[in-house]
Design a protein around this ligand. Structure first.
Ligand SMILES: [Zn+2]
Length: 371
């Protein structure tokens, strides 16, 4: 037990906690920037069984953040290489490599033998499969996400608390770039993956030490540029398409991102989060969007885009978020683009990024106006 001495010295863990970890089984989906550090710390902590799901192969551009891999591993299966590394790192553990992609058909089979799942994926369809599978099996999920200099972590346990779909019922209609497209600082992936491992260990140990219970349904956001940490509680949505149902009625199905290639202009919008009046008017695109006017009451009364919702910037600054539609691209506008851009920044700080704004504001609008 000297391997875990520094850990068992903690009164919250002790020999009993260590035994609990030894009998625990954690599944890591995605052995990438998040999964690598999470797996290393879980193996170091003595979690008895680790499952690693990844159908991808190691590439050179992975190495700056996927710390289980070296140059010699390029081209090899991530799950298989990670299994070997972790087994060498802690030979007392059982590590299982699963070189399959998570699908609606295999999710429950692959997840059912585990006590907890770590979401180390970088795409929405996989995040929804993990959430829905875990809700059906009534096991917790430690969610993580990274982009550029920012990271997010949350622990979801759908049985009693909110799930990921309470926060995001469907994939965003706007295209959200992943690390391959938007870039990420390797150490941010390390930070988030390490936080995920910590939350997973607390979650497992809380059966022995209730004070280690994580804050379920709370989304933590870290911006490493400003070193600001923020958090907000996700309430359980009574109309959540998944966790409002009894587990036996939860159906596992794959979410598609089809809207990104079928006339939606999301890929153009994604990088800049801005749209111009011509793009909004093309094929009446604005009619399929949720438009939110963030100007003052006086400006609104003088004329606004016909289908828009009025939600002044002051309300967003006060922490009141507009009732965003979950099934439409969301586009904010003000007079000339300044206030709507500020609103985007405030929303991004709360982790809400799939929102755009009308670049030159209402001044540039050439479509129908209501009074
Ligand atoms: Zn839910």
């Amino acid at each position: 037990m000297s391997l875990y001495l520094r850990q068992t010295l903690l009164p919250e863990i002790g020999t009993k906690g260590q035994e609990l970890l030894r009998s625990s089984k954690v599944l890591i989906v995605g052995v990438g920037g998040l999964g690598c550090p999470a797996a290393l710390y879980l193996a170091g902590a003595g979690v008895g069984t680790l499952g690693l799901i990844d159908d991808d192969k190691v590439s050179l551009s992975n190495l700056h953040r996927q710390i289980l891999f070296t140059h010699a591993d390029v081209g090899a299966s991530k799950a298989v290489v990670a299994q070997k590394r972790l087994a060498a790192f802690n030979p007392t553990l059982r590590v299982e490599a699963i070189t399959e992609r998570l699908t609606a058909a295999n999710t429950l089979n692959l997840m059912q033998d585990f006590d907890l799942v770590i979401d180390g994926t970088d795409n929405f369809p996989a995040k929804f499969l993990i959430n829905d599978g875990a809700a059906k099996l009534e096991i917790p999920v430690v969610y993580g996400a990274i982009s550029q200099f920012e990271g997010q972590v949350a622990v979801f346990s759908a049985k009693r608390h909110a799930c990921y779909r309470c926060f995001r019922p469907k994939p965003p209609l706007h295209y959200v770039p992943n690390c391959a497209e938007a870039g990420v600082l390797g150490s941010v992936a390390g930070l988030v993956g390490t936080l995920q491992a910590t939350e997973a260990l607390k979650c497992l140990l809380s059966a022995h030490t209730p004070s280690l219970c994580p804050q379920f349904g709370k989304l933590y956001i870290v911006n490493t540029k400003t070193m600001e940490f923020s958090a907000f509680q996700i309430s359980k949505n009574r109309e959540c398409p998944v966790c409002s149902r009894p587990p036996d009625q939860i159906v596992i199905k794959e979410e598609t991102m089809d809207h990104c290639s079928t006339g939606c202009q999301c890929s153009q919008l994604a990088s800049k989060q801005e749209i111009d009046t011509e793009a909004l008017l093309r094929d009446d695109y604005f009619k399929r969007c949720q438009l939110i006017d963030v100007r003052t009451q006086e400006e609104w009364d003088e004329g606004h885009i016909a289908s828009a919702l009025h939600w002044p910037l002051s309300r967003i600054e006060g922490g009141e978020l507009p009732p965003f539609a979950s099934d439409k691209p969301r586009i904010l506008y003000c007079r000339s683009g300044g206030r709507s851009s500020r609103a985007l920044t405030l929303l991004a700080e709360k982790g809400i990024k799939d929102v755009s704004h009308l670049k030159q504001g209402f001044l540039s609008w050439k479509g129908p106006v209501a009074l």
